[in-house]
Design a protein around this ligand. Structure first.
Ligand code: GLN
Ligand code: ZN
Length: 763
């Protein structure tokens, strides 16, 4: 019999119950007990949904983050977060949220207990963010089983066939950072006894299999890390628990032999991303180990082609017999919970999709077909094949006009007529900007009034004309404020946009939207990625009327504001029936039309945001070039069809540019605005070394913080910047959009920014 299991399940809840429970707790509207009860209820529901599987994960549920959970289990809790709360349960919960988000219930500000939160960063190449473990030379570890104990006890009561899930010791170290320059790998000898103790404890709890997540094995590891893997698992092999070493998100490549040789009882391989490694893994694994194959895509929302899967899986099953396990490729954390709740989705498109619950059903069908023959699940297979065929043949998916446009792409399409040096002279003559020109990144505060108007409009309580009137009012206010501030290049403020990707997706052919397709981004924060299902076409102009309206209110240049193709792609669920690069080029052609329409409408400055360009980088460096090539090409297609006089801006809200500076230069935007304020301009080193040829606006105002930067501070930052970039190429702007701030914070901050520009110009 084929064993079925999952590596993890979404914990936020189909209706985001966990999010709302957390927020109630943080606001002091719910007790720790109430939060705990809601969490237990969710776990119970999720185990029920997984009850047809041979094993259900335990310990994958988290109140905030599974890596932070592991830090607590290993007793690696930063000193600053320790709570002196009398009650032990409450105390650990409070310190947990202090690390997670800087404060817990009742910590109002720095004065009464707020601390700086743990750093957050992307979980491999996903959109999930984890709390980075903090290490130092004197970090020590101590086992704390409280969380796992509670979840295992609950699972036992409910009769769940429990397979505990933990982050493995090497991946745990790999994910963390040292604060004192010491080497985190040196901590391994101190860490392993705690892991050994944990595994032994699982055995006392009646556990047979433990899933040990080691996704670091799909990244490039040097010889030292590889050797550490070998010695670590040598040490852990005698615990008495059977270990399933879980790898996912990519191929093992040069870690394949190592992963297969480790003294564990089973290996999980992502058969979606590493299909080609199945044969070599089987050959290297030996006769005794279990091979768990991730046969269903845990990162996307499309139905699995069950026939196609069985075609390659059946021979593997004949070869492995009982040793074959099957699962989704990775934890289902990265997909929405249940398609059942999508009542408003177009029925045709809906019939092509599978969310977490539907993926479990696919897994069951596959296992049944393997064990008893396809004929035993014929009905299900026929239905699946019909859906796959309908999608393949759908006129809504492929549009010959788009295919023709894609085939007609030439290098000239992404090439501006002249070099930046020549363009900048023409732009300067036209725009007449002072030195150190000031601008903002696009959005101004999304006030309660704006959100209310949009909700009312969505519900049909506010008709289109009234909604548009309200948005025009907001735009007019935004222009007035910028006039009063004396900024140089204006924005319309993006009041009409709910989200920088969804707003464009809603107006493009080829996109669909779920109502409840929430995926956890970090903590209680969820995103609802739009679903890119078909060829992309822009039926009509998307932003021109708003921008030209805003321009009509002022003589200052008004920036047209667009989201770039790479960012739209990286923040969507994308097609699996063509390469990402093809989808990206389609988006590029559609946004290019918008750029050209804006130019025709007299807009002289156009900003194309690529906030997510960097996060699309593949896990392995060897694949970066290919990604950056098509990403940069897509941006160039979008942006570079304009006349020399039209100034193209791009914006990226992060600060790690060292690795991608050449690609950014190749985009050839006239101006790039970036996030720098928190790194106090150090990241400009990247631009300096490469002698970045175009203009740069290094952010001087950290918009994530309510703090208002002083004029002096901004002048200092810009003087620092001017030591690296010639002053005539510098702009002054905030780090990012201002939508999450309120006007009371924004106005004084921008006032100081403009005053700083005057100081610098006078010097
Ligand atoms: N133009 C967008 C804004 O100002 C950019 C947001 C972003 O980069 N994340 O909100
Ligand atoms: Zn930004």
């Amino acid at each position: 019999m084929t064993t079925t299991h999952t590596l993890g399940f979404p914990r936020i809840g189909a209706r985001r119950e966990l999010k709302f429970a957390l927020e109630r707790f943080w606001k002091g509207e719910a007790t720790a007990q109430e939060l705990g009860a809601q969490a237990a209820q969710l776990r119970q529901r999720h185990w029920q949904q997984q009850s047809k599987l041979d094993f259900a994960p335990v310990g994958d549920f988290s109140l905030y983050d599974q890596v932070l959970d592991m830090s607590f289990t290993l007793g690696n809790v930063p000193e600053r977060a320790h709570s002196h709360h009398g009650d032990a349960l409450d105390a650990s919960l409070h310190s947990y949220f202090r690390v997670a988000r800087g404060r817990s219930q009742g910590d109002h500000d720095h004065a009464c207990g707020g601390v700086h939160a743990g750093e957050m960063t992307k979980w491999f190449d996903t959109n999930y963010h984890y709390i980075v473990p903090e290490f130092g030379a004197d970090t020590s570890f101590r086992l704390d089983t409280a969380r796992l104990d509670e979840q295992l006890a609950q699972a036992r009561t409910l009769g769940v066939k429990a397979k505990p899930v933990i982050v493995g010791p090497l991946t745990y170290l790999w994910l963390g950072k040292t604060k004192d320059g010491s080497d985190r790998l040196d901590l391994l000898p101190r860490l392993l006894p705690v892991y050994a103790e944990l595994l032994a404890w699982f055995v006392t709890q009646g556990i047979e299999w433990v899933q040990v997540d080691e996704p670091a094995l799909v990244t490039e590891l040097d010889a030292r890390w590889q050797a550490a893997y070998a010695s670590a698992y040598d040490t852990l092999q005698h615990s008495g628990a059977k270990l399933l070493l879980a790898t996912y998100f990519g191929r093992l490549e040069n870690n394949l032999a190592l992963a297969c040789a480790l003294p564990v009882d089973g290996l999980h391989l992502d058969a979606i991303n590493a299909r080609a490694e199945i044969a070599p893994v089987i050959a290297a694994l030996g006769q005794d180990k279990v091979l768990s194959l991730g046969v269903i895509d845990g990162r996307n929302i499309w139905k699995t082609d069950l026939h196609a899967t069985l075609e390659w899986l059946e021979p593997v099953q004949r070869q492995l017999g009982q040793r074959l396990w099957i699962a989704p490729s990775c934890s289902l954390l990265h997909v929405p919970v249940d398609l059942q709740n999508e009542t408003a989705l177009d029925p045709e498109i809906r019939s092509w999709l599978a969310f977490a619950v539907q993926k479990l059903e696919e897994l069951r069908i596959l296992a049944h077909a393997l064990d008893h023959g396809r004929s035993q699940v014929q009905l299900e297979l026929v239905e699946n094949a019909a859906a796959i065929d309908r999608r393949r043949a759908s006129k809504r998916v492929s549009n010959p006009e788009v295919a023709r446009a894609l085939a007609a792409i030439t290098p000239q399409l992404g090439q501006r007529a002249s070099s930046h040096a020549e363009r900048s002279l023409k732009q300067a003559a036209l725009l007449q900007l002072p030195s150190y020109p000031t601008t903002t990144i696009g959005s101004f505060p999304q006030t309660a009034a704006i959100r209310q108007a949009r909700n009312a409009h969505k519900k049909g309580e506010l008709d289109a004309a009234a909604y548009e009137e309200a948005m025009r009012g907001e735009i007019a206010r935004c222009v007035r404020e910028q006039e009063a501030l004396g900024l140089d290049v204006f924005v319309h403020g993006e009041a009409e946009r709910n989200d920088m990707v969804e707003y464009f997706g809603e107006q493009l052919d080829g996109y669909a939207f779920s109502q409840n397709g929430w995926v956890q981004s970090y903590g209680s924060r969820c995103v609802k990625p739009p679903i890119l299902f078909g060829d992309v076409r822009r039926p009509q102009a998307m932003t021109v009327k708003w921008t030209t309206y805003a321009q009509s209110l002022t003589d200052k240049p008004m920036k047209g504001m667009l989201t770039g193709p790479v960012t739209i792609l990286n923040w969507s669920f994308v097609r699996d029936d063509q390469p990402r690069s093809a989808s990206c080029r389609q988006l590029a052609l559609a946004i290019r039309e918008e750029v050209l329409d804006l130019e025709r409408a007299g807009v002289r400055v156009i900003q194309i945001d690529e906030a997510a360009l960097r996060e699309g980088l593949p896990l392995r460096r060897g694949e970066w070039k290919n990604y950056l090539d098509w990403a940069v090409e897509s941006f160039r297609i979008t942006a570079n069809g304009v006349a020399d006089e039209t100034q193209i801006h791009t914006h990226m809200c992060y600060s790690e540019f060292n690795d991608i500076i050449a690609a950014i230069a190749a985009m050839d935007a006239d101006v790039i605005t970036i996030e720098t304020s928190r790194s106090s301009m150090e990241l400009l080193d990247a631009f300096d070394d490469f002698s970045y040829p175009n203009e740069i606006g290094p952010g001087v105002y950290d918009i994530h913080s309510p703090n208002i930067p002083s004029q002096d501070h901004i002048v200092d930052l810009m003087r620092k910047a001017a030591t690296r970039i010639p002053a005539e190429r510098l702009w002054i702007n905030p780090d990012c959009g201002l939508k999450t701030r309120n006007w009371e914070e924004v106005l004084p901050a921008l006032r100081n920014m403009v005053a700083a520009a005057h100081t610098l110009r006078a010097a």
